[in-house]
Design a protein around this ligand. Structure first.
Ligand code: ATP
Ligand code: MG
Ligand code: MG
Ligand code: MG
Length: 562
């Protein structure tokens, strides 16, 4: 493909609203464009990568003997009423009415739709086990769509559903999917961990989340260096509290179980990022007195905080790095005004430092009645990786480690949750009618794309893993007006294509610097430049992930790419 003939609108500057690296690079490299909050168009380059991901997923699904279908996005409300989720799913479900006033939902997930299909078509144990999958757009009216494709309101998901006659069948279907997921994420070049998640039922092994390890991730991965136990935060906390009664940090119990926690621990137990704690002031302070905790250089911070808050009673407080006890003026502060290193604890009644509320900018993420020093102290609160004292593995007692992760996949043993509610059953070999035993297995395909960029980039742009790169070769001709250069470049372009190598050809009359910058931004694994040395039959080659280039005889290129 010639770069000029396709649509790759690269941008020099970062978009102002992009907080995540994947978001900013995918916009800048011309992979995606936003249509509405959490709703994106895939441009040719983005769509190519998405299709490569889909191809890997399809191959692995088929190896696992799952069969592809495509279900509708428009679901009649009755279907969701049958499962009970019409009421349970809440505002995330996009609802609409047809011209006759009949209620519908846009598919947020497809347990109902698939159960209804199988209920009508599969009536005997002889047709089980059956695993069906689809790759399809999902709709969820997320409260906070953000980070580009990482949390969209319209996004692409691969969802699979297994139907078995008994629980040992489900165990087999589940582990086949688990293995397929491991193969998919490995082939995509993702660093990931499969972790035990909380299924809301007894036992922790009937659901796993696949997490891309990544600092921007909204989830916390808890893992043990000793025995390899890995779980999400909710499960690890409930497991450790089961092992050691009273040690769990749940919102109401912080004050009841005094003992110093660090801010890093608090952010983990609240399952929020440190920035969210900082931002909690927006929710809590509003005309109320607040206590402000500031890290780092005291004098500087004190002056800064005083100026920022127009503050009155600034007090220094012993060993803590607390610099200010301040009375807020109405409307004095909003999240945007808070310097990075300021952490704020709001106080209903600051007098005597009683009834302090600490928390994050999230519902149900607050503790009341907190006493500084008794309940928490400030530490290096950005450091989420270190094992904190007291956080020990529920299996072997070794210290736990923490990472941030992006949930890219989720496998779940549903059992008869949907088949019973929707009266979906088959006849077994003795003619008894039994509900199917089901499992569901999701991969956020568009989120996976963003997670890969999140892990594979440098300061100049994306660095695609070979397996999913949009093209294999980025061919540049430095001086298209020079007939020698142009002829060699055109010949290479034809030859490479003829031998099945996907090549993006930049024959624009742009400055060489601009072409190289675009190549770095787009991140195709091999850059081949035809320049002055074309006269001698040489080209320059550079791998995206290596700093140095090397010269190669153009005639040997085919061999080199074998
Ligand atoms: P999250 O915890 O991030 O909200 P979820 O647990 O609600 O995700 P599932 O219902 O398990 O998501 O859906 C299966 C997969 O779909 C998830 O593992 C994730 O990869 C992807 N996914 C879920 N919500 C979104 C979204 N808003 N945007 C992009 N991908 C998503
Ligand atoms: Mg969700
Ligand atoms: Mg989740
Ligand atoms: Mg999930």
């Amino acid at each position: 493909m010639r770069l000029n003939q396709t649509l790759i609108p690269t941008l020099r500057d970062d978009p102002s609203d992009a907080e995540a690296n994947s978001h900013r690079f995918m916009i800048r490299a011309g992979l995606i464009r936003q249509l509405a909050s959490g709703v994106y168009s895939y441009l040719p380059l983005g769509y190519r990568v998405l299709r490569k991901l889909e191809a890997i997923i399809r191959e692995e699904m088929e190896k696992a003997e799952a069969v592809e279908v495509l279900l509708p996005s428009l679901h009649p409300a009755e279907l969701w009423q049958q499962s009970g989720r019409w009421d349970l799913y809440g505002d995330d479900l996009m609802r609409l009415k047809d011209r006759h006033g009949r209620p519908f939902a846009l598919g947020a997930t497809h347990e109902e739709a698939i159960t209804s299909l199988v209920r009508d078509e599969v009536k005997t144990y002889k047709r089980l086990p059956l695993t069906l999958f689809q790759i399809q757009t999902k709709f969820r009216d997320e409260r906070r769509p953000r980070y580009g494709l990482l949390r969209g309101r319209e996004f692409l998901m691969k969802d699979a559903y297994s139907f078995d006659a008994d629980t040992s069948g489900l165990d087999r279907s589940y582990s086949r999917m688990y293995d397929a997921y491991t193969a998919i994420f490995t082939r995509c070049g993702l660093r990931f961990r499969a972790i035990e998640a909380d299924s809301g039922s007894i036992g922790g092994t009937d659901t796993h989340e696949f997490m891309a390890v990544c600092d921007i991730g909204e989830d916390t991965i808890v893992h043990c260096g000793g025995c390899g136990y890995a779980a999400n935060l909710e499960l690890a906390v409930s497991a450790s509290s089961a092992a050691e009664p009273g040690s769990a940090l749940t919102a109401p119990s912080l004050a009841e179980t005094p003992g110093v926690r660090t801010i890093a621990q608090l952010t983990r137990f609240l399952n929020v990022m440190p920035e969210q704690i900082v931002k909690s002031i927006a929710l809590l302070a509003d005309e109320r007195p607040v206590l402000v905790l500031v890290r780092g250089d005291r004098e500087m911070n004190e002056t800064k905080v005083k100026r920022l808050l127009g503050a009155a009673d600034v007090q220094l407080m012993g060993e803590l790095e607390i610099t200010g006890l301040l009375r807020s003026a109405p409307g004095f502060i909003g999240p945007v005004n808070i310097p990075e290193n300021v952490m704020i604890v709001a106080d209903e009644e600051v007098r005597g430092l009683r009834d302090i509320v600490i928390g994050a900018n999230e519902l149900d993420r607050h503790w009341t009645g907190v006493t500084p020093e008794r309940d928490f102290r400030i530490d290096r609160y950005g450091d989420l990786r270190s094992a904190a004292d007291g956080d020990r593995c529920c299996r072997c007692g070794q210290p736990l480690l923490f990472d941030k992760g992006i949930e890219v996949g989720h496998v779940f043993k549903l059992g008869t949750r949907y088949s019973e509610a929707m009266r979906a059953s088959f006849l077994d070999d003795s003619g008894r009618s039994l509900p199917y035993i089901m499992g569901c297995y999701g991969i956020g395909v568009s989120r996976l794309l963003a997670a890969i960029v999140e892990q594979h980039h440098d300061e100049s742009g994306i660095v695609w893993p070979e397996s999913i790169a949009p093209y294999r070769v980025h061919l540049i001709v430095i001086q298209p007006k020079d007939p020698v250069q142009l002829e060699l470049a055109e010949r290479l372009y034809r030859d490479l294509q003829a031998s099945g190598v996907e090549v993006l050809f930049d024959d624009r009359s742009e400055r060489p610097g601009a072409k190289f910058a675009d190549a770095d931004l787009i991140g195709i694994p091999l850059r081949i430049t035809v320049g002055k040395r074309a006269a001698d039959g040489f080209v320059e080659c550079k791998r995206r992930y290596e700093p140095d280039s090397f010269e190669l005889e153009a005639a040997k290129l085919g061999e080199h790419l074998q």
